[in-house]
Write a protein that binds this ligand. Structure first.
Ligand SMILES: [Zn+2]
Ligand SMILES: [Zn+2]
Length: 132
């Protein structure tokens, strides 16, 4: 993947810090701000948490990355991709993608009446392969 293009396409200046955030998310899938802070500090020793937040916020605004909200846990971030659901492993707390088709779910929700429902966030809890 061309990380550089991903930023340019969204009118964001390419900086080594942004590139590293994208690279890490591409490799690891889902990371919290703290995870990213630790990862970036390895290469940019003097980077501050505020700088990480600033970069994450602007890239979230531009939909380069997106926030995944998890109840009772810190939000994680991932590269923006096709709509999907998530599974949280109750043993290791890792977050995994689940390619679940939620169209039927939306249809069902809409057929109940009172709302015009356009999207859904589905989060599952379970045990991942490594923890099983
Ligand atoms: Zn697990
Ligand atoms: Zn995901």
């Amino acid at each position: 993947m061309e990380y550089d293009n991903l930023l340019k396409k969204n009118n964001l200046k390419t900086t080594p810090q942004r590139l590293l955030i994208i690279e890490k998310l591409h490799k690891e899938g889902h990371l919290s701000v703290d995870d990213l802070y630790i990862a970036l500090k390895e290469r940019f020793i003097s980077i501050s948490l505020a700088t990480i937040y600033k970069n994450i916020n602007i890239m979230t605004q531009k939909s380069v990355i997106q926030e995944v909200k998890i109840p009772n846990q810190k939000s994680v971030y991932e590269l923006t991709k096709q709509e999907h659901s998530h599974v949280v492993c109750s043993k290791c707390n890792n977050i995994y993608d689940l390619q679940l088709d939620t169209h039927d779910l939306l249809k069902q929700a809409n057929s109940l009446g009172d709302f015009c429902i356009s999207s859904s966030v589905v989060l599952f809890n379970g045990t991942c392969k490594e923890c099983m």
